[in-house]
Ligand binder design. Sequence first.
Ligand code: THU
Length: 139
Amino acid sequence: MIKTSVADCGYKELTEKAKEAMENAYCPYSGYRVGAAVMTSDGDIYTGCNIENGSYGASNCAERTAVFKAVSEGKRKITAVAICTDEGGETPFPCGICRQVLSEFCAPDAKVIICDGKNNCYSSELAELLPYSFQFNKI
Ligand code: THU
């Protein structure tokens, strides 16, 4: 994991789109706003936010919202992911479920940019975040 900045991470536009998507976060229970953006192999960008539910387990993270939007539009190859949170917020490292979902549609060297609300930005790759990921043998 490399410490970088929005300007220098190589995915400035993707990161800015993730931040914009955060504005739509629905998080009345945690108050923790997250935005995500995924870039697909054709260069298109799909964004998402976290969407919570009064039945907490039915909540969805920003990363999965963005991935599911891309896949539902027929895009199954994700090359980069950006995740952002609000001013002052703790670093939104993706949860285990999101890492597994990303591994279904990302190559191991897909870039993952993670920005907190304190001007810290980290650049990683999916394989670093989820080594030895489970892959079901597709028929
Ligand atoms: N959350 C995300 O959307 N992405 C992350 O990377 C970390 C956590 C959301 C889920 C929940 O709505 C809130 O943040 C608090 O866990």
